[in-house]
Design a protein around this ligand. Structure first.
Ligand SMILES: *Cc1c(COP(=O)(O)O)cnc(C)c1O
Length: 352
């Protein structure tokens, strides 16, 4: 794939590290490519960041044919910019597109696109501890047509946002509401794809939980309301005694890159672990008998998010005395160590 590079004539100054939040500020450039029926992907380009002009009838506005990725570039202590497991993110976007009847971009082309735009805006990769450049590839249906069928035109774009440290004041375990009323994903649905629609359907439960003082919800399965699935928009891990359990990928759960990295590390360290169904009753029973040792969520944004309390049917289960457990801490330190330029023995990092 050939990528045209058209640089901005009015480069801006990236924000100072102290001014970085999440996802509000965008860099000078973006990658864009178009897809049309019969032609495939074409006009791959890195251009100045700017709003799009889209027809109000564009399919994405009406029927939600949209999906995205989320990954990060880090500036190592040696100054080098590196992407964390970019191949895996590109493959996930490629593999997910068909569920939404969208044209996939070859994973190696998407990696090339990400590298090209990050290279153009390398000055936007912040260097302060905990900061990163968040990368958002997005695929949308652009054909102006109101008939219900897959669009015949698409755009794939990649935008970049310098982000601050997720834990500027140190890691505080969060309180989680175990959701009984709303569901995130059903068998046969979109749960395994990073579709915008999954996020639209999850907002109501998250907002209601936040009103009650909970940071996020723990999702249970859609048919029995019994099996633990994900924690907000993160994958879920539970340590009961010395064994770590994470729900299996059976179509309703997103195949997280952080989840895969955690599983790699647990295997490497010889920590007993299983990918298996875990009922909320088993979690509650473990809490009662004192073996519920650690609970955490994991994802690109926070890496590891420890849980200090679960609220289930009005009962508040305190976990690890509300502190971060030792395994969550070790995983966090190891993954962030590699991201910021530590020894990369697993081939997770790609220099830009
Ligand atoms: C993105 C996402 C995750 C985490 O995936 P990572 O690849 O680790 O960032 C987990 N669950 C859901 C629903 C997600 O959308």
């Amino acid at each position: 794939m050939e990528i045209e590079i058209r640089r901005t004539e009015t480069p801006r100054t990236p924000p100072a590290p102290g001014e970085l939040g999440f996802g509000r500020v965008f860099s000078d450039h973006m990658f864009v490519a178009d897809w049309t029926d019969g032609r495939g992907w074409h006009d791959a380009r890195v251009v100045p960041y700017a709003p799009f002009e889209l027809d109000p009838a564009a399919a994405v506005f009406h029927y939600g044919q949209a999906m995205f990725e989320g990954l990060k570039a880090f500036r190592g202590q040696d100054g080098q910019v590196r992407l964390f497991r970019v191949d895996r993110h590109a493959r996930r976007m490629h593999d997910g597109a068909s569920r939404l009847c969208m044209p996939p971009m070859e994973a190696e082309d998407l990696v090339a696109a990400i590298r090209a735009v990050v290279k153009a805006d390398a000055a936007w990769v912040p260097g302060a501890p905990g900061t990163a450049l968040y990368i958002r590839p997005t695929l949308i249906a652009t054909e102006p047509f109101l008939g219900v069928r897959p669009s015949r035109r698409y755009a794939l774009f990649v935008i970049l946002s310098p982000v601050g440290a997720y834990y500027p004041e140190g890691i505080n375990p969060v309180k989680i509401w175990v959701e009984q009323r709303y569901v995130r994903a059903a068998r046969g649905g979109l749960g395994a794809v990073k579709a915008g629609a999954n996020y639209a359907s999850s907002l109501r439960a998250a907002l209601d939980a936040q009103k009650l003082g909970y940071a996020q919800v723990l999702w249970l399965d859609a048919s029995e309301h019994r099996w633990c699935e994900e924690m907000g928009v993160m994958n879920l891990f539970v340590r009961i005694g010395d064994r770590v359990i994470t729900p299996p990928l059976e179509g309703t759960i997103l195949d997280g890159v952080t989840r895969a990295s955690v599983l790699d590390l647990l295997a490497e360290w010889g920590v007993p672990h299983s990918e298996r169904r875990l009922s909320i009753d088993e979690v509650v029973d473990a809490h009662r008998d004192g073996s519920l040792a650690e609970v955490w969520g994991c994802g690109t944004a926070a890496v590891i998010s420890p849980v200090g309390e679960l609220c289930w049917q009005g009962e508040k289960l305190k976990i690890a005395d509300g502190a971060m457990g030792p395994l969550a801490r070790r995983l966090y330190d190891t993954i962030t160590g590699v991201q910021y330029g530590g020894a990369d023995t697993r081939g997770w990092m790609t220099a830009v």
